[in-house]
Design a protein around this ligand. Structure first.
Ligand code: MN3
Length: 385
């Protein structure tokens, strides 16, 4: 039986690479559902090529375009966020790859978990915003969550076969991004184009900016806490600019296991689809003597305060990570619109964390509300900058 896969966010960087993996193994996988936010043209192209059962475009205004372009094919076409959330519940779907951007991943991920689907989790914001709720639901509905984020896939691989051994700490590697050597003064004047030049990974714009600010690593620390049941203090972030070691786990006896490889997101995507089996997806193999100079250093939270804010937010708990995420999403969008400076991003985030009402034990509706008011508050701040 072929595994039926739903890809939420099929037109993004992870979604496109997932389709390449599926294309390489037609005897193992079939695309059941693909969804996109706004990229109608690419979505149509993907639908004509992979002939999924269902296609959903989030932007209602593009429904007619997509529907007309596919009307000669037996493909169901829907539009809107509710249709995306509903699409993951379809009976035949085995695996839901959550590769959409930001907070929008929360609702469909919850629906997929409640439908008992296996989740290939690429949307880290889901765990940042509502990690407690998501992990609780995953246990309740016996939904397996396999991380696709390269660091978490590495940790997951290190932990395979170690189910009964205690984790001493997780060593989360960070490339340091394009501004690793920039001074605080230089950071004031970096442009959007500078920030979008990631040294090792080709990714979407939002996550590339998050990497440059190290927000991404802060989010990944929170993601690790929920996925692997460790405390934030047990997650040590270390800058490893070569991005060859994707992360490590230290056990009680001092043994450290690491997963290494040439940076290629197809590996964690394929592993999430085939776990516990591995497949040769045709990626470049690692030649260690090309990397005679692997280095490690402590991150600088003075120049990159977003990393520290992530520790503060998860320490405080409740809706605080949700507030940080919402403020960051608005700030990054404004930076990409060239409306604010790179160094305004942490200023906006810390202001939101100070000013938005704290909720100690939020329920789903509280996350929705906190997200909404933080977005409004941050947009207001940007107007008055
Ligand atoms: Mn990552």
């Amino acid at each position: 039986m072929k595994k039926q896969i739903a890809i939420l966010g099929s037109t993004g960087s992870i979604g496109r690479q997932a389709l390449e993996v599926i294309e390489a193994f037609p005897e193992m996988f079939e695309v059941h559902t693909i969804t996109a936010n706004n990229s109608a043209e690419l979505l149509i192209e993907q639908a004509r090529k992979f002939l999924p059962d269902t296609v959903v475009i989030a932007n209602d205004a593009l429904y007619q375009t997509v529907s007309d372009a596919l009307k000669d094919l037996p493909i169901k076409v829907y539009a809107g966020d509710e249709a995306i959330a509903e699409s993951v519940e379809a009976g035949p779907i085995d695996i839901v790859l959550t590769a959409m951007m930001g907070y929008s991943g929360l609702r469909p991920t919850i629906r997929a978990i409640k439908a008992g689907k296996k989740i290939a989790l690429a949307n880290k914001e889901t765990l940042v915003v509502a990690g407690e709720l998501i992990t609780k639901l995953a246990i309740e509905y016996r939904s397996e969550i396999i991380p696709v984020d390269s660091e978490h896939s590495a940790i997951f691989q290190c932990l395979t076969g170690e189910e009964y051994n205690k984790i001493d700490k997780i060593i989360l590697t960070a490339s340091g991004g394009p501004f690793l050597r920039y001074s605080s003064e230089q950071l004031e004047f970096v442009t959007k184009a500078d920030a979008l030049k990631h040294p090792n990974w080709v990714m979407g714009a939002k996550i590339t900016i998050d990497s440059a600010s190290m927000m991404n690593k802060g989010f990944e620390m929170i993601e690790a806490k929920w996925l692997f049941g460790v405390t934030p203090q047990q997650v040590e972030v270390i800058v490893h600019p070569q991005s060859i070691i994707h992360s490590m786990v230290q056990f009680e006896d001092g043994a450290v296991k690491a997963q290494l490889g040439v940076p290629d997101m197809k590996l964690p995507i394929a592993y999430a689809f085939t776990y516990p089996k591995r497949v040769d997806f045709g990626g470049e193999k690692l030649t260690l003597n090309n990397y005679s100079n692997m280095t490690f250093e402590k991150p600088d939270t003075e120049r990159f305060p977003m990393l520290k804010f992530a520790y503060d937010a998860i320490e405080k708990g409740g809706n605080m990570p949700c507030i940080l995420n919402a403020a960051n999403e608005i700030a990054v969008a404004a930076f990409l619109d060239e409306k604010i400076k790179f160094t305004d991003i942490p200023k906006l985030a810390s202001s939101a964390m100070e000013r938005i009402d704290f909720i100690d034990t939020p329920i789903y509706e509280d996350y929705v509300e906190s997200d909404k008011i933080t977005r409004i508050y941050t947009k207001e701040l940007i107007k008055n900058l």
